[in-house]
Design a protein around this ligand. Structure first.
Ligand SMILES: Nc1ncnc2c1ncn2[C@@H]1O[C@H](COP(=O)(O)OP(=O)(O)OP(=O)(O)O)[C@@H](O)[C@H]1O
Length: 363
């Protein structure tokens, strides 16, 4: 899949621009704070319908208008598809091929992209929510219905929490508990099934990056790929937590509180791992995600690499660039120094210069 045209209006510091990327490596260079990440973010939004940064619509809107607009023109096997997002303060209007999408499957997984950003390098050490999001965002690219499932779960969780907070009698909480058990177990099942598919690719990518020395793994708490087992587990945990739930007025267990643990040689990476090992871990995850998407969709996703040169040492960069060259997909890289890419001998290299929100071809 190739993004042939990107049009932005009032998107963060980019007033108005049109970019025609090349089919291979597109390098965005410029000083700090000029708008390079903003461009990668806009491409990411075309496929994920939300940002990878703090997710408030108003942050995405620049100062010259009350809304921003991001449009992309994609080609896959000669077929043209368009997607446009008009971002207002309290809503996003989405058009795919000039029509409003009716369901998640019309949107998600259609223009897939995989991002590697400096923020993600801190994931192994960060909050569980960020690790869950890493898995969920990857998962919904190949299984759009997962979005509907998590929404149903969140709706149920909200209702149940309202009742618990009000101190409602157990019998009125009960129907929501059953609903939570069913949808919660399905969310866990989808995550476990995804990890089942991803982990062999991930482990072998990690070995390739670091040599055969270390064994990387992701342990999902209460892992199972049997729905009834997951339902039973969640039901009995909630039963055990009843008194604490009544005391604190909130749901104490479920996929919204799970902590997927990133492990290296049977130790918790976030505690014991070096910076380099944590970077390799995230890099291996992304590599596996790309391979999985390729297998599931039949084409290479767009790859968005934000300021990667600052995060990866030469050895890891070389691994990843070699891997990307083999994919023959479209790649967008933001960096402050373009010379490294010129000398790397990439095929299909296109350079852009970004300065104060304006973008032009670099000669
Ligand atoms: N809603 C907004 N309206 C106007 N300008 C914004 C908005 N949000 C961010 N900016 C501006 O965008 C710029 C940051 O852009 P971006 O994050 O893309 O920088 P960058 O070129 O990737 O820099 P770095 O190399 O430091 O990562 C800043 O100047 C910031 O003030």
């Amino acid at each position: 899949m190739i993004l042939k045209r990107l049009v932005l209006h009032n998107f963060r510091n980019i007033e108005s621009t049109e970019i025609k990327p090349g089919p291979g490596f597109n390098i965005l260079t410029g000083d700090n704070g000029q708008g390079k990440t903003n461009i990668l973010e806009s491409i990411y939004i075309l496929g994920h319908f939300k940002s990878f940064r703090r997710n408030r619509n108003e942050d995405l809107i620049g100062v010259t208008d009350i809304y921003s607009r991001v449009s992309g023109e994609f080609y896959l096997g000669g077929i043209r598809e368009t997607v446009t997002l008009k971002i207002l303060k309290d809503q996003k209007e989405i058009l795919i091929n000039d029509k409003r999408p009716l369901q998640s499957s019309d949107m998600f997984g259609r223009f897939p992209s995989v991002l590697f950003s400096p923020e993600e390098v801190a994931l192994p050490r960060g909050y569980p929510a960020a690790r869950r999001a890493l898995i969920d965002r990857a998962l919904c690219q190949t299984r759009p219905s997962f979005i509907d499932l998590t929404r149903a779960y969140q709706r149920c969780l909200r209702q149940r929490n309202i009742l618990l907070k009000e101190g409602a009698p157990v019998r009125s909480v009960y129907p929501w508990t059953e609903e939570l058990v069913n949808t919660g177990a399905m969310v866990r099942l989808a995550r476990c099934q995804y990890l089942d598919r991803l982990l062999p690719l991930f482990k072998s990518a990690y070995r390739e990056i670091c040599g055969d020395r270390e064994l990387a793994d992701i342990i999902y708490p209460g892992y199972s790929t049997t729905l009834s087992v997951l339902q039973e587990n969640l039901r009995s945990t909630l039963e055990r937590e009843t008194s604490r739930e009544l005391k604190y007025g909130t749901t104490m267990a479920g996929p919204h509180r799970d902590d997927p643990v990133f492990m290296l040689d049977n130790r918790v990476l976030g505690i014991y791992g070096s910076q380099g090992q944590q970077r390799s871990f995230v890099l291996a995850f992304k590599t596996a995600q790309i391979l999985d998407l390729e297998k599931e969709t039949g084409f290479c996703p767009l790859l968005l690499l934000d300021d990667m040169t600052s995060e990866l040492d030469r050895k890891r960069q070389e691994f990843f660039f070699r891997f990307l060259q083999q994919r023959q997909g479209q790649v967008f890289i933001s960096c402050t120094e373009h010379s490294a890419f010129q000398s790397a001998g990439f095929k299909c290299l296109r350079m852009f210069r970004v300065k104060a929100g304006t973008i032009c071809d670099r000669d």
